[in-house]
Design a protein around this ligand. Structure first.
Ligand code: C2E
Length: 547
């Protein structure tokens, strides 16, 4: 039940994850795009307002220099040309005692009072030199007023057209709203919105139009503050637009590796299929043959058995070593009929020898795939019985890796069954890096084979002997005899000589050979001739060591 729930959960997750990735990426894209627009708008508008104010300030300074507070003809013509030539300037004026005495409209008789009370101005937005000059917003005319004091009660001013400050916004099709306010109290000074030419000072109206949307950008322009709002709807619209785009990109990004993986997998399947076919044909055509790698008793130097190793005499490729085809045979399940063939063949060519030497044994490699087949063990026993071979003369080698990977109840049962049939069991490639060795105790083995890589490390590498000894101690701790594989040189034999080891295998004694050659080898290396000079194994020093 929980297995089904887990599967369902995994499937849902697999579907959900790409969807979330898609929605999230589109949202990020839409958000980035809106922010980009907002930033660009802000920069354009900010720069424009800054330039307008700077320019107005220098024009105001020019007016102050030229007029010195007098309404001369020269002053009047300068004021007129300012109002005429600059679209940002609505009016220029000379003031005395808070009254306009002349402006770009001409001389005023009597003078026009500019403000009846201070509350009609929002003052202090921008300070000009000399320090008592300031800018005001005039509530009545919706103007931005820049003033410059010249002497007590005397000054000049410019009325700016507020709309002119927002000109860069014209022509944009974004749902924006820009607001200019005085920094000292945050009072809104002017406001512009998409599709509107009106400038307002009504803050509640602004809030109604854009209720705290996520896209607000602010920037300080001198003491003036500029805020730009983009409608939150823009995000949703951009998101909708980004959805198909990201779907396309993600599909493309996902499709390329997927197609590559499919190709590789198909290629592999194709290859596996072809090789599996070839393997079946090879069994039928007797293209496989067996070589035997002798096992030597460490103490006496006698040959006590051999490991049966399969080889493939391919009609075109020549001899193929097991490393190449065993993994495919295991993947495709061909390993079981192959091993059945091996047992049959081994019984044929080595049956006589096994019966004549009941103290000797032969070992062969099996993997968890063999135990998954219900018939494998029964057929193996039947084959051996037909040839009068006792199953306890056959050791099944299973690798440490295979055992730990598949150490479930069914493997344990299969191993128990193999034991009940009389087979002996060996752990192969012991010490090759798995740290869960304690679990191997659960299986009960009669032989432990230390991997050949450990001998090489022990003899060729500094400190390797300590690693070897550590593994050997663990192996001996199981209480089963320990065999060391890969004994290649005299130095290996010397290294192992004083150690607690039951048996040895390796090219130092003999390479894997055919059945007849092996039986001859055994004849030369079994009691009582073991100490005779007939011992002409690959290396003559064998005689010296075991005499
Ligand atoms: N360099 C060096 N090598 C040595 C020495 N002594 C032995 N060997 C090699 O080490 C391998 C020992 O077999 P394995 O660890 O079971 O490793 C075997 C085993 O896992 C697998 N294999 C071989 N025959 C069979 C088979 O019939 N069935 C299954 N399932 N696997 C097999 O293929 C692997 C390789 O087999 P082989 O190529 O025959 O290689 C053999 C053998 O020739 C030595 O001193 N130096």
């Amino acid at each position: 039940m929980s297995f089904l729930v887990n599967r369902w959960l995994m499937r849902t997750l697999w579907l959900l994850l790409p969807c979330l990735l898609w929605l999230g990426t589109s949202a990020m894209l839409a958000d980035g795009w809106v922010k980009l627009q907002l930033g660009a708008l802000h920069q354009r508008l900010g720069e424009h307002i800054q330039t307008t104010l700077d320019e107005s300030e220098s024009l105001l300074q020019l007016l102050a220099d030229k007029s010195q507070g007098h309404c001369s003809t020269e002053t009047l013509s300068l004021m007129r040309s300012l109002a005429y030539d600059y679209e940002e300037i609505r009016e220029a004026a000379v003031l005395r005692q808070n009254s306009i005495v002349c402006s770009s409209w001409g001389r005023h008789h009597p003078a026009i009072p500019v403000a009846t009370s201070a509350s009609e101005y929002h003052a202090g937005s921008r300070q000009f030199a000399p320090l008592y000059g300031s800018a005001f917003s005039d509530l009545k005319n919706y103007s931005l007023i820049m003033g410059l004091g010249l002497a007590e009660g005397v000054g000049v001013n410019l009325l700016l057209v507020p709309e002119a400050l927002f000109t860069p916004l014209q022509g944009t099709d974004l749902p924006y709203r820009a607001r200019l306010s005085l920094s000292h109290d945050g009072q809104p000074l002017a406001e512009a919105g998409y599709g509107e030419s009106l400038l307002m000072f009504d803050t509640p109206l602004l809030r109604r139009a854009f209720p705290e949307g996520p896209y607000v950008d602010q920037q300080q322009i001198g003491p003036l503050q500029l805020q730009i709002y983009l409608d939150a709807m823009l995000f949703w619209r951009s998101w909708l637009w980004a959805l198909p785009l990201t779907a396309g990109v993600l599909l493309l990004l996902g499709a390329v590796p997927y197609l590559l993986w499919r190709r590789v997998k198909q290629g592999r399947c194709h290859l596996s299929h072809a090789v599996s076919h070839e393997l079946a044909r090879a069994i039928r055509r007797h293209e496989f043959f067996i070589q035997y790698l002798p096992t030597m008793n460490h103490e006496t130097g006698e040959c006590i058995g051999a490991e049966a190793l399969i080889r493939w005499r391919h009609p075109r490729q020549g001899i193929i070593m097991p490393d190449l085809f065993i993994p495919i045979a295991e993947r495709t399940g061909m390993i079981v009929p192959m091993t059945q063939w091996l047992i049959e063949q081994l019984a044929v060519e080595m049956g006589g020898w096994l019966r004549a030497h009941p103290e000797c044994y032969l070992s062969l490699n099996v993997s968890s795939a063999h135990f998954e087949s219900k018939l494998f063990l029964r057929r193996a026993v039947q084959t051996l019985q037909r040839h009068g071979i006792a199953p306890d003369q056959i050791t099944l080698e299973i690798t440490e890796r295979d055992l730990l990977d598949k150490s479930d109840e069914s493997t344990r049962k299969a191993l128990q069954l193999a034991n009940q049939y009389g087979f002996k069991l060996a752990i192969d490639d012991f010490g090759t890096g798995y740290n869960n060795l304690a679990r191997l105790y659960e299986f009960g083995f009669e032989l432990i084979k230390i991997d050949r890589s450990l001998v090489r490390t022990a003899v060729d590498k500094q400190g390797g002997d300590r690693v070897f000894d550590a593994v050997l101690t663990v192996a001996n701790g199981y209480g089963a005899p320990v065999l060391v594989e890969g004994v290649e040189q005299i130095t290996d034999v010397a290294f192992l000589a004083t150690r607690s080891i039951h048996s040895l295998q390796g090219w130092y004694f003999s390479r894997p050979v055919g059945a007849a050659d092996f039986q001859q080898f055994h004849g030369r290396h079994s009691s009582p001739d073991v100490t005779t000079t007939e011992q002409t194994a690959d290396d003559p020093q064998l005689v010296t060591l075991y005499s």
